[in-house]
Design a protein around this ligand. Structure first.
Ligand SMILES: NC(=O)c1ccc[n+]([C@@H]2O[C@H](COP(=O)([O-])OP(=O)(O)OC[C@H]3O[C@@H](n4cnc5c(N)ncnc54)[C@H](O)[C@@H]3O)[C@@H](O)[C@H]2O)c1
Length: 262
């Protein structure tokens, strides 16, 4: 049956940044679709609450401490996946900056690039190597509509009218380019690499940079007239992880309620 092609039973999904927000939402959805889900995160004091949140949704998610910017920790996590279980990597961990361009110090710029782009590279390299050895696998990189669109500065409070999140935008543009490079290079080895680009979602990452007027403006500008919810991404993640997308690689799937249409 066609629907069986979406079944993730027997697959292990590793979700970076999976202890809250979009990563947890997608992890729960993928566990509901049958996957064994391992969430890697630095937020170890959130693991218990996140485990309970998943259990309430009928999903079992395992949590492991791992900083995606630390090559040793990433290699250690990937080594646990050498047991032959078919593997999916949801490269989701990400952060944004909080200072306007004029006071965006090099350290803050670098930190954003370090987590969003270098961390994604380290995870793709370590888990991708396991997949290449297995001759099969799927990597899903979480980009953003701000990887290919400029943000409207008028919607955000923290940028003092200047450029919004230049480090974040640069990192997400890099994620899209990295995705195409890996997809082309690993296509003949059975490893598919795609990205998803969420639009506007309220999570811990975005809650403090959008005030009430900004929220109303975002909803007004979104064709579907609402913010996204973490589980709006689950269907796309399941699709790209599963055999339902068996001939799709190098694609960027935009999930934004229509934000990028106009
Ligand atoms: N919220 C949005 O509107 C939105 C839109 C587009 C894209 N995204 C992207 O979606 C992804 C998830 O964002 P979110 O909104 O759920 O944010 P979030 O802050 O709620 O979750 C991010 C998670 O990543 C973890 N993390 C941060 N640094 C890490 C590191 N070094 N190692 C391991 N884990 C680390 C955090 O602890 C957190 O659990 C990010 O890549 C983000 O850029 C979010």
């Amino acid at each position: 049956m066609t629907v069986e092609r979406f079944d993730l039973s027997g697959r292990r999904v590793v979700v970076t940044g999976g202890a809250r927000g979009l990563g947890l939402g997608m992890g729960i959805g993928m566990a509901q679709a049958g996957a064994e889900v391992w969430a890697l995160d630095i937020l170890e004091d959130r693991f218990e609450a996140a485990r309970e949140e998943a259990a309430e949704a009928g999903a079992a998610v395992e949590f492991f401490g791992c900083d995606v910017t630390d090559p040793g920790q990433v290699s250690e996590a990937a080594a646990r996946c050498e047991d032959g279980a078919p593997l999916v990597l949801l490269n989701n961990a990400g952060i944004g900056e909080r200072n306007p361009m004029e006071r965006l110090y090099y350290e803050e710029w670098s930190k954003v690039l370090d987590v969003n782009l270098h961390g994604m590279f380290l995870c793709a390299r370590a888990f991708g190597a396991v997949m290449v050895r297995q001759g099969k696998g799927s990597i899903i990189n979480v980009a953003s509509v701000y990887g290919f669109l400029g943000p409207d500065s008028r919607l955000y409070t923290f940028n003092e009218g200047g450029p919004s999140s230049p480090a974040y935008c640069a990192s997400k543009g890099g994620v899209l380019a990295l995705t195409r490079s890996l997809a082309a290079g690993w296509a003949r080895q059975g490893v598919r690499v795609n990205s998803i680009s969420p639009g506007m979602f309220v999570t811990d990452q975005t809650a403090d940079i959008i005030d009430e007027a900004g929220r109303a403006a975002i909803i007004g500008r979104t064709p579907m007239a609402r913010f996204g919810r973490p589980d709006d991404l689950a269907g796309a993640a399941i699709f790209l992880a599963s055999d339902a997308s068996s001939f799709i690689t190098g694609h960027n799937l935009v999930i934004d309620g229509g934000w990028s249409i106009w």
